[in-house]
Design a protein around this ligand. Structure first.
Ligand SMILES: Cc1cc2nc3c(=O)[nH]c(=O)nc-3n(C[C@H](O)[C@H](O)[C@H](O)COP(=O)(O)OP(=O)(O)OC[C@H]3O[C@@H](n4cnc5c(N)ncnc54)[C@H](O)[C@@H]3O)c2cc1C
Length: 130
């Protein structure tokens, strides 16, 4: 996998990828915007997986978040059945889990010193881990 970022063109990323993987066939550029919805539950809609948010695929945090969201959605529906709407609390607690995952991923971009190319140097210096 080669990384295409605002500091690097798709052509540059593909060139590097092909240098490292000679003989590779067709490639596909996948664009994504990192972030999350402010609320997982809004009225009668629940966002699961990419419908709620996406940081990036590192460390299986995306799949972890899918499981967490499903678990939170089931709890919410069980409470609703008993007449209690805990949507605000669920949204807050899922948002806190997301913030911790974001920090966990950001630390890896911040602290990785093994690959010293311009992309990673920019990550080392510029990633916000607050
Ligand atoms: C190359 C790659 C590697 C990854 N590796 C990892 C990893 O190692 N660990 C990890 O945690 N995450 C990984 N991810 C991310 C993870 O795969 C996604 O975050 C996760 O699949 C999101 O699940 P989802 O159900 O929200 O969306 P999706 O899995 O994309 O499911 C959406 C489904 O909806 C269908 N669909 C779309 N539009 C319509 C429509 N109009 N009508 C009907 N159906 C529709 C699609 O066909 C698809 O089946 C990776 C992603 C990629 C691209």
């Amino acid at each position: 996998m080669a990384i295409f970022s605002p500091r690097r063109s798709a052509d540059e990323a593909e060139r590097e990828f092909r240098e490292q993987n000679p003989g590779v066939g067709d490639t596909r550029l996948i664009r994504f915007k990192s972030g999350r919805r402010t609320q997982m539950i809004r009225r009668n809609v629940i966002g699961i997986g990419n419908a709620y948010g996406f940081i990036e695929a590192l460390q299986s945090t995306a799949l972890h978040m899918v499981i967490t969201n499903i678990y939170a959605a089931v709890l919410h529906l069980q409470h609703l059945k008993r007449g209690r709407n805990l949507a605000d609390k669920v949204n807050q607690s899922v948002g806190e889990i997301w913030a911790r995952l974001r920090w966990f991923i950001a630390m890896q971009f911040r602290l990785n010193r093994r690959v010293q190319i311009p992309f990673w140097r920019a990550c080392n210096d510029g990633v916000n881990v607050a």
